[in-house]
Write a new protein. Structure first.
Ligand code: SF4
Length: 357
């Protein structure tokens, strides 16, 4: 990170975000400095950093309120196909390159997926993501996917898929079946990606996002944080998402899973995670930032103090229920806390889910 910036620059960054204007270099540096300061120990050598951090969080909260009011966007997923993925993403329990205890199964019966969608609707979700491991889906699995999309629509939810790379023809067939959105995470910054995945190119993921946007679909694309990326690389990912015009950004935090390449990493601290959300909120003032994987690991049990802090951050949505390979907290706890804090859960279009964890 190159310089921390001044408090005047931080204030200017917040004003820029409130005015829907992109951060310039000085403003971004000030935001990065304030975000990183939240992870520094308090003490004489760090006088004032707490103040900058708190001002950043307050600014992110103000931008979130301005653009999302009291809405809290909820969504849910089903892990339609799990494990044995050809890719070697360093964090992922589903990679066939890792030996993990996470479930491995072929494509679920589409009727099961339809039932899971109906249950998610009853819990307050408005979209439902069908997630399948793998860079692409083989022909038989793709036919199952088409049927699952139809059944999710029949259950009364918008259907999204997170199924790896999709070309124009497959996108068209899924849209004919009733598809609403595509999720495809970029995972991390372009400059850090080679340290995380070596089996496909970053540009493949960017192209998948571009094709879905060009098809007119709702597109959800974000990343996972705490992989060892720098603050500058977090901003780099934010800029790539801004340049692509992605409106929905899932934010995942690493949960180090035994058997993966990142099993020895630590879970991010709450201040660091809140700083990441604030950075993204100021860089992407209108993007629906939804916290997905790692929410419980970083912010604690549903209904608790950590989740209160999260709902007071720049985030504007949550994934409820279980994640792909990690159990979530009961959706009822999330809903009860959201209502207690004055949020209006599950109104309006919400983003689609994350993939690959
Ligand atoms: S993140 Fe997705 S592509 Fe990467 S290993 Fe996991 S399932 Fe495969």
């Amino acid at each position: 990170m190159s310089g921390l910036g001044t408090s005047a620059e931080l204030d200017r960054a917040i004003v820029l975000a409130l005015d829907d204007r992109p951060l310039d270099g000085a403003a971004l540096r000030a935001v990065l400095g304030a975000a990183a300061s939240g992870t520094e120990p308090a003490g004489p050598g760090h006088a004032g950093t707490g103040e900058a951090f708190n001002r950043l969080l307050a600014g992110a909260r103000a931008v979130r309120r301005r653009n999302f009011k009291n809405d809290l966007h909820l969504c849910a997923i089903v892990n339609a196909k799990s494990g044995n993925c050809s890719e070697d993403c360093a964090f992922c329990a589903q990679s066939g390159h890792h030996k993990t205890a996470s479930p491995r199964h072929g494509f679920l019966d589409p009727r099961e997926i339809g039932l899971a969608a109906a249950a998610a609707l009853a819990r307050g979700a408005s979209r439902f993501g069908i997630v399948a491991s793998g860079l692409t889906q083989a022909g038989g699995d793709f036919e199952q996917l088409l049927e699952a999309v139809r059944l999710v629509r029949q259950a009364g939810l918008q259907a999204d898929v997170s199924v790896g790379l999709l070309g124009p023809q497959r996108l068209a067939r899924l849209m004919d079946a009733g598809l609403s959105g595509v999720h495809h995470n970029l995972e991390t910054a372009r400059s850090f990606f080679p340290q995380i995945c070596t089996t496909h190119a970053y540009e493949d993921d960017v192209e998948a996002v571009r094709l879905a946007l060009e098809a007119g679909l709702f597109v959800c694309s974000g990343g996972i944080f705490g992989l060892g990326e720098s603050w500058d690389q977090r901003a780099e990912l934010g800029q790539t998402l801004l340049d692509l015009g992605v409106e929905s950004v899932p934010v995942n935090f690493l949960v180090p899973i035994p058997g993966t390449r990142l099993e020895h990493k630590s879970v991010l601290s709450r201040p660091e995670a809140l700083g990441i959300l604030a950075l993204l909120r100021l860089m992407l003032p209108h993007a629906n930032l939804r916290v997905c994987g790692g929410r419980g690991a970083v912010f604690g049990a549903g209904g608790g103090e950590g989740q209160r802090a999260l709902l007071g951050s720049g985030a504007s949505g949550l994934m409820i229920g279980d994640y792909l390979t990690i159990a979530g907290s009961p959706a009822e706890d999330d809903l009860a806390l959201a209502r207690e804090l004055g949020f209006n859960p599950s109104t309006g279009p919400s983003p689609s889910p994350g993939k690959g964890r």
